[in-house]
Design a protein around this ligand. Structure first.
Ligand code: GCU
Ligand code: CA
Length: 127
C-alpha cells in the first residue's frame, strides 16, 4: 500500500533551506537543515481516524556517522538515528511506528546534535 507522501520542501522549516543540488529527490527538492542542534522540519498531517501509523522518512546522510534526530509526534518524542547513506545523492528510508490522533497531527524532526538533521526528502505516512 502507498501512504500519504508529504514532501519536506512543503513542510515548516526552522533553520534550514530547500536545496536541489543532490540528485534523486522526490518533488522539487529536499530540506537541508543548518548544521546545528535544534534545527527542525515539521509536517502537518490530517488523519481520518486515531490509530497506529508507520512514518517513513526518506533521507540522505553523506557523512560517515549517524545523525540523531528527535521525532516528536504531537509532542511525544523519540530519538531516531539516521545512519550514513554513503553519499548525499543516495537516499534511504527510515521508518518508525507511532500513534496518531484523529484530525490534526504534528510531526517534528529536530536535530539533537551540532551536525543538524540528515537531508530530508519526504515523510510518508501509512496508517
Ligand atoms: C553538505 C551537503 C548538504 C548537507 C551538508 C550537511 O554541505 O551538500 O546537502 O546538508 O553537507 O553536512 O548537513
Ligand atoms: Ca545540513
Amino acid at each position: 500500500a502507498t501512504g500519504t507522501r508529504l514532501e519536506a520542501e512543503n513542510a515548516t522549516i526552522s533553520r534550514g533551506v530547500v536545496n536541489s543540488d543532490h540528485a534523486g529527490y522526490s518533488g522539487t527538492g529536499f530540506v537541508n537543515t543548518d548544521n546545528v542542534a535544534g534545527a527542525y522540519v515539521q509536517w502537518a498531517h490530517h488523519a481520518p481516524a486515531a490509530g497506529s501509523a508507520t512514518l517513513t522518512f526518506r533521507y540522505a546522510n553523506g557523512t560517515t556517522t549517524s545523525r540523531q534526530v528527535a521525532i516528536a509526534v504531537n509532542g511525544a518524542s523519540t530519538n531516531v538515528d539516521f545512519p550514513a547513506t554513503g553519499a548525499w545523492s543516495t537516499w534511504q528510508n527510515r521508518s518508525i511506528t507511532v500513534p496518531l490522533v484523529a484530525g490534526a497531527n504534528t510531526i517534528r524532526a529536530t536535530a539533537i546534535t551540532a551536525g543538524g538533521c540528515p537531508n530530508f526528502d519526504y515523510l510518508e505516512i501509512l496508517a
